[in-house]
Design a protein around this ligand. Structure first.
Ligand code: ATP
Ligand code: MG
Length: 291
C-alpha cells in the first residue's frame, strides 16, 4: 500500500534503505528461522521498555512476517501487552513508559523523531481486550477514523465493506443508527475490528481480543482473523494456548526473570513451538507445568 506519510519524508540518507536492506546481514541474531528473505511486516530490534525505573522487558528482537498471525504468549506480567503496544507507539500514552531500541516498519524506525505517532497508529491499528465502542451509532463507530482522516469518498460503501470484512454486516445492516453499546460483547468486538479495518491499516494488533467473549463468539473472531490475515498482518496476545495453536502461524513465548523483567524465550513457527520446542522452559509452559 503506497501511502505517502510523514514517515516517508524529511529524513536522513538512511531513509533510502528498504526494510529488505536493513534486515540483511548486520550480525543481528534472527530469533525465528525465516523460510524466505522477503520483507518483514515489522521488526523490533534490541527493544527495552521501562516504566519509570522498572525494566519491564529487555532485549526484544522480533521479526514479524507479513500476512501471518503472530501470537504472543506467556504468563501474566511477562510483558506481552507492553511489547504489543510498542509496535504502534501506544506506550507513548503512558507517561512513565520509555521505549529504547528500534521498531522497523517499512524500513523506518517508528520511534525516529520525525515520525508522527498518530500516523503510526493509523497504519498499525489496535483492538483491545475489552470491546470499547465509542458512545456513537454503529455507523459512526466505523466511519469515525475515516472522518478524522478527512475521507471524502463513499462513506456508506466504506462502512459496509468494513462491517462485511468484520463479519458483522448481516447482523447490523438494519440498525446502523443504533448505539454501538446495543450490541452483544462479541458483536461489539467485531465492531471494534470493523473500526480498526476501516482506516485501512497494514497491521492489526490485538490484545486478548477474545478474553471477554464466550466460546462461540471466540470462534467467530478466530475465523475472522483467518480471513483478515489474507490482507493484513496480525499480532495477537492471548492467554489461551489452544487459541494460539489454532490461529497463529508464529508464536513468541515470553517469561520473566527474577527481577520480573520480561524477555523472549523462544520464537518460531507455531507448529514447531508447540510440538517440538527448543527450550525446556517453553515445553514446561505449553504443557502446563508452570505459569
Ligand atoms: N502503566 C504501567 N505502569 C507501570 N508498570 C506497568 C504498567 N503497565 C504494565 N506495567 C508492568 O510491566 C510488566 C508487564 O506488564 P504487561 O501488562 O505488559 O504484562 P502482560 O504480559 O500483558 O500481562 P497480562 O497477561 O496479565 O496482561 C508488569 O510487571 C506490569 O506490572
Ligand atoms: Mg496484557
Amino acid at each position: 500500500m503506497a501511502i505517502q506519510t510523514k514517515m516517508a519524508t524529511g529524513t536522513s540518507s538512511s531513509s533510502a534503505s528498504t526494510l529488505a536492506d536493513m534486515t540483511s546481514g548486520g550480525g543481528m541474531a534472527a530469533p525465528a528461522a525465516r523460510t524466505h528473505d522477503g520483507p518483514l511486516a515489522i521488526e523490533a530490534r534490541n527493544m527495552n521498555i521501562y516504566y519509570g525505573n522498572f525494566h519491564a522487558v529487555r532485549d526484544i528482537n522480533l521479526q514479524v512476517e507479513p500476512r501471518k498471525i503472530t501470537a504472543l504468549i506467556g504468563p501474566s506480567g511477562c510483558g506481552k501487552s507492553t511489547v504489543l503496544r510498542a509496535f504502534n507507539r501506544m506506550n507513548d500514552l503512558v507517561a512513565s513508559a520509555r521505549v529504547e531500541g528500534e521498531v522497523l516498519f517499512n524500513g523506518r524506525n517508528i520511534y525516529a523523531p520525525e515520525v508522527d505517532a498518530v500516523e503510526v497508529r493509523r497504519r498499525i491499528g489496535m483492538v483491545f481486550q475489552k470491546p470499547n465502542p465509542f458512545p456513537k451509532s454503529i455507523y459512526d463507530n466505523v466511519a469515525w477514523g475515516a472522518k478524522v482522516n478527512g475521507f471524502k469518498g463513499d462513506m456508506d460503501g466504506l462502512v459496509e465493506q468494513a462491517l462485511r470484512n468484520a463479519a458483522l454486516w448481516d447482523e447490523v445492516k438494519d440498525k446502523l443508527k443504533q448505539s454501538g453499546y446495543s450490541l452483544s460483547g462479541g458483536q461489539q468486538q467485531r465492531l471494534c475490528i470493523a473500526r480498526a479495518i476501516a482506516i485501512k491499516p497494514e497491521i492489526i494488533l490485538m490484545d486478548e481480543p477474545c478474553s471477554a467473549l464466550d466460546p462461540i463468539a471466540t470462534l467467530a473472531i478466530e475465523d475472522l482473523m483467518k480471513e483478515l490475515v489474507e490482507k493484513y498482518t496480525i499480532m495477537i496476545v492471548t492467554h489461551n494456548m489452544q487459541q494460539a495453536a489454532r490461529v497463529s502461524d508464529y508464536t513468541a513465548f515470553f517469561m520473566v526473570d527474577p527481577k520480573r523483567t520480561g524477555h523472549l524465550v523462544e520464537y518460531g513457527p507455531t507448529r514447531q513451538l508447540f510440538t517440538n520446542p527448543k527450550e525446556k522452559r517453553t515445553e514446561d509452559y505449553i504443557t502446563g507445568r508452570f505459569g
